[in-house]
Design a protein around this ligand. Sequence first.
Ligand SMILES: Cc1ncc(COP(=O)(O)O)c(C=O)c1O
Length: 401
Amino acid sequence: MNRFDKKVELRLPDSLKWSGVNRLFKGEDLLPLWVADMDFEAPAPVLEAIRRRVDAGLFTYTELPPSLFEAVAGWLDRRFNWPVAPSDLLFASGVVTLLKASVLAFTQPGDSVVVQPPVYGPFGDAVTGQGRELVLNPLKIEQGKYKMDFDDLEAKLRLTGAKLLLLCSPHNPAGRVWEEAELNRLAALCQAYGVTVASDEIHSDLILSGQHIPIASLPGMAERTVTFIAPSKTFNLAGLHTSFAVATDETLRIGLDQALGYRSPNPLSIAGAEAAYREGEEWLEACLAYLRGNVSFAADYLAELLPDAVVYVPEATYLLWVDLRAYGLSQEELGRLLVQEARVAVSGGGAFVSEGEGRIRINLATRRENLEEGLSRIARALGSVQPGGEAGIDGAEAGEA
Ligand SMILES: Cc1ncc(COP(=O)(O)O)c(C=O)c1O
């Protein structure tokens, strides 16, 4: 049996995804295919490292050991051929924290910051929640694929004078792995208009097809980029709250460090993160193979049972972005249908920064059997559309990840 088909206890009392779902989505017996963590047990070396740390029996104030930063740098070099000095890394509890800190560090109140919707909701909050102006450079769809709109970006940089871009690479929820030519064009615009890039690369290890290129590794970009990575999505360790920023430029690094302020690491997170980056590769490759299977299964299933749904097959992430506007339902009607009729919890389009109307994001990182159950529930409910009623789909926006 494939290890990812193994049944594990998912209804832990503190699991946001499984135990929080009925409350957050205001439904009953919901099958959770929403928040971005996986229903798979973490890699064995991670579990062993954490157990060893527990067995030591002391939970003292903790230092970040040099070996942790060396493990992260080794991973970036091995996976992306990206040599990074361990001293260029900063620790933080999460990437959303890093996004917020980068806005604080690199802009002033009232400044404009560019994001590329439809994008992960906290990108918007990081800007507007801190008194900055949100500038939208929506992705456009060409031949069924999300692309960056460089003409629109250039016009907006010129118009607004924005000096910070929050890049999502790979993109959640569009599932794009940005190609070298696209990143080069983006880099050229950032250089021409003096834009700093905060690049959220949390999904960069979850590559299903293509090759991830860190934008900071392109010529002339290390000095204007801070990159955010984490073991959380890669190795399914979201609850351990560990992430890193790569900031080669000293001024950017000091600015980000100051904006992050005091932070105190957790010994179990350190043990888990280091083991993951040193010994997690085999698990990750096996996981990616399983996820690729889930993606094709879901794409084929939906093409057959919901031919009017537009499915964006992801090149990265385990998240499937589906456009259901052809079914003619309002966001509220769609939410009600999915929660009350289908009894599934997916991420509603409203959880993303604009451009999400009529779309849903389905988390595919679950046992195939579970996925099939979820998709069949969605297909059955949409097959007998009955609009009207209260929304449920965006009810969990606050806790969305
Ligand atoms: C693009 C992106 N950034 C950040 C996060 C969350 O990061 P963290 O839990 O480290 O704050 C997510 C979670 O889904 C995400 O998709």
